[in-house]
Ligand binder design. Sequence first.
Ligand SMILES: Nc1ncnc2c1ncn2[C@@H]1O[C@H](COP(=O)(O)OP(=O)(O)OP(=O)(O)O)[C@@H](O)[C@H]1O
Length: 261
Amino acid sequence: MTKKVVFKNVTKKFKIYNKPTDKLKDLFFGGRGGEYFHALKNISFEIEQGEIVGIIGLNGSGKSTMSNLIAGVTMPNDGEVEVNGVASLIAIQAGLDNRLTGLENIRLKGLMMGLTIKQIEKITPDIIEFAEIGKFINQPVKSYSSGMRSRLGFAISVNIDPDIMVIDEALSVGDPTFTKRCLDKMNDFKEQGKTIFFISHSLGQVRSFCTKGLWIHYGKLVEYGEINEVCDNYQNFLTDYNKLTPAERAADREKNMHVNQ
Ligand SMILES: Nc1ncnc2c1ncn2[C@@H]1O[C@H](COP(=O)(O)OP(=O)(O)OP(=O)(O)O)[C@@H](O)[C@H]1O
């Protein structure tokens, strides 16, 4: 089987500054201000072609960071991310320039994904039809509602026809009609044997759509395996986790994510 996405000891760190002077210290004294924390720590896995992978975990566990790494939007600090094919990210905030119109965004994203002007022109009517945003296509994206933005992002990404689709919470802002059309489109991709990463807080959706589950907890990979097994384990974990006090939860987060360098 072809490996479509391979993570080898991938670490992604971010820096936080508790006061504005920390940022200045960082700039002027060679990185001595602020503190790092791990969004992802030493993650390794291999995903085969045709797998539909549900990425699950609590808020702030690193799911979006992982999708950005797969889509090449960001780079790891350590380790290696290998992606064999064109990956397209569909997320509420991703990929659209708010100052440009819908039409300009279609052209921009098409060019960024390596399409020629001719290819972009060919798929543009399909994108406009799928997005159902009518005359707004000539308005700047900043005037769109979050649902319209998500619809346009989704329509562009599916019509570019990527090998690997990364869907990060993009369905959560659409209305039920659009969600159904997206799920139909995603099922077409599934039937074509494409590789899909799907992030959703709806475990029901994840269970029904995905073949594999990848559970991360505050930057660490807990489990990768058959979808129902991973979801069962995650649900059991949630039952226990919900019994913790806010202070205990904060301590768990700090223990997992804090780093000194
Ligand atoms: N650009 C950034 N700069 C600083 N910190 C960041 C950045 N992006 C993400 N983080 C932090 O990294 C951690 C992981 O965030 P991420 O968005 O990947 O989590 P998530 O699992 O997708 O969360 P959610 O379920 O809430 O969407 C969080 O603590 C977040 O604040």
